[in-house]
Design a protein around this ligand. Structure first.
Ligand SMILES: Nc1nc2c(ncn2[C@@H]2O[C@H](COP(=O)(O)OP(=O)(O)OP(=O)(O)O)[C@@H](O)[C@H]2O)c(=O)[nH]1
Ligand SMILES: [Mg+2]
Length: 218
């Protein structure tokens, strides 16, 4: 699927310095601009879901920080913000990182309010995880977040090469499921591909932002 790269202007940081959303001080977003015609950025909200360990946080980190998380910590809930320029438009993107467990379902559901798009992840080395997309994740999102578009992402693409002995989900299978569940597209991603991880994450989020803006225009 063709995607569009998005240049990041800045990343938000909350008061504890770890993550969160803050108003950008970048002059082009109006933070310290002296211009009389300030244009408020378009705010978009996205939530990233998928089973535990499916690579949600790694994908977000590659996009927002360019690196992998220092520690492999299970996410309960986390929010990050980035400022983006896209075709001359200023966008403030809020990204909610979630837990994939049943116990955290109610907490996860809170992030669905005002959500513009959901990124639904499964690792390609797990056919069972793809089955869960059809059986669990798509129904959850359709029920709790009806009319919100979602984008299916096959994560850990690098494991296809490494796991010769293990049955992995093929690109064709992923694309077929994306069509079946009504996803707005299909992406494959590897946060462990040092050379392409950041570029691919920008492409993925660029496409997701494009879908959100398209929906807003309708
Ligand atoms: N091989 C490979 N491993 C990955 C990739 N992305 C993430 N991982 C690894 O998978 C594990 C889980 O990654 P996370 O990004 O924390 O996954 P998550 O979905 O946020 O996990 P939870 O917050 O616990 O639900 C870590 O050990 C990562 O290093 C990838 O693209 N390829
Ligand atoms: Mg996580």
């Amino acid at each position: 699927m063709a995607g569009e790269n998005v240049p990041l202007l800045s990343r938000g940081a909350d008061s504890d310095g770890k993550s969160g959303v803050s108003i950008c001080c970048c002059p082009c977003l109006g933070g310290r601009s002296r211009s009389k015609t300030k244009v408020a950025p378009i705010e978009l909200n996205m939530t990233v879901v998928g089973k535990e360990n499916s690579g949600k946080t790694s994908l977000i980190y590659r996009f927002t920080r360019g690196c992998l998380p220092e520690q492999n910590t299970r996410t309960i809930i986390d929010t990050d913000g980035v400022d983006i320029m896209r075709r001359g438009k200023k966008i403030h993107l809020v990204i909610h990182d979630t837990s994939g467990t049943e116990e955290d379902a109610r907490l996860r559901a809170l992030t669905y309010a005002n959500c513009d798009l959901i990124i639904m992840c499964f690792p390609v080395d797990s056919p069972e995880a793809l089955h869960n997309i059809v059986a669990d994740w798509a129904p959850e999102v359709r029920t709790l977040c009806c009319n919100t578009p979602y984008l299916l992402v096959g994560t850990k693409k690098d494991l296809r090469r490494k796991n010769n002995s293990k049955k992995c989900v093929s690109k064709k299978e992923g694309e077929a499921i994306a069509r079946q569940i009504g996803s707005v597209g299909y992406f494959e991603y590897s946060a462990h591909d040092e050379k392409n991880a950041v570029k691919s994450a920008k492409k993925l989020f660029g496409t997701a932002i494009g879908k959100c803006l398209e929906m807003r225009r309708q």
